[in-house]
Design a protein around this ligand. Structure first.
Ligand code: SAM
Length: 227
């Protein structure tokens, strides 16, 4: 599905979200950096899982150049990430691999991130298990994902936009209506803010917290692998 929409993915993200997606990724990076005391020393390493076309990886790279790897299992998405890196003359490795079987040793990274990726894994628990495994003890996880709007009026407007307008516009612009029908469907079946936090706790993460972004249209969850 992602291979089919890769060439239009960035454009659609920005148009369909009114560019808010950029702000959400920037917020993730800023908040994550703020919780990592070693940022700026060159000792921190980041893995951006399900990186797609790399927008979050680039955001992380801006704050911590040379310390970020992006990984995704969809080659056409990675090809776009790589061509964006080349165009900006940025050294940022984008590797092909499965989030459920990451090709990295235990305890490899100071921080792992996953933006709009967890919902697409065939097992959320399996994803958390792998993200936990590749984190160093004391390392941080940041999850950015669509969630459940907390303001009633926003909830109904968002539901209408997501269920009716987005599949139409997304289908028209990408040529794949099914991908943009899958999107609201997958969000509807994804755990809400508190449920996702509970799943993170069940997966072994501690200091789990979350904050709503844009009234809960998206949420940002953080956690720590215990020392
Ligand atoms: C909605 S995109 C998100 C891309 C990017 N993180 C962003 O913020 O725009 C979801 C990505 O998850 C990737 N993905 C889904 N399941 C995966 C898996 N098991 N392993 C690696 N990548 C996966 C897809 O290939 C796709 O690029």
């Amino acid at each position: 599905m992602f291979a089919g929409i890769a060439s239009r993915y960035d454009l659609l993200n920005h148009v369909l979200s009114g560019n808010i997606d950029k702000r959400w990724r920037r917020t993730l990076a800023e908040k994550l950096f703020a919780t990592l005391p070693d940022v700026g020393t060159g000792r921190v390493t980041f893995l951006d899982v399900a990186c797609g076309t790399g927008d979050l990886s680039f955001q992380l790279h801006q704050g911590q150049p040379g310390k970020v790897i992006g990984i995704d299992f969809c080659r056409p998405m990675l090809q776009i990430a790589k061509s964006k890196a080349r165009a900006q003359q940025i050294e940022l490795p984008f590797v092909e691999g499965d989030a459920l079987n990451l090709p990295f040793a235990d305890g490899s990274f100071t921080a792992v991130t996953i933006a709009f990726g967890l919902r697409n894994l065939s097992s959320v628990e399996g994803g958390f298990k792998e993200l936990f495994r590749v984190l160093k003890p004391g390392g941080r996880i940041a999850v950015l994902e669509f969630s459940k709007p907390v303001v009633p009026v926003l909830r109904s407007t968002f539901k209408f936009y997501f269920a009716k307008i987005l599949p139409f516009l997304g289908g028209l612009m990408s040529g794949s209506r099914s991908a943009y029908e899958y999107l609201p469907d997958s969000v509807q079946h994804f755990p809400d803010q508190a449920e996702l936090a509970a799943l993170m706790n069940d997966s072994g993460f501690v200091e789990v917290s979350f904050e709503n972004l844009t009234g809960g249209i998206a949420a940002l969850h953080f956690g720590t692998r215990p020392r």
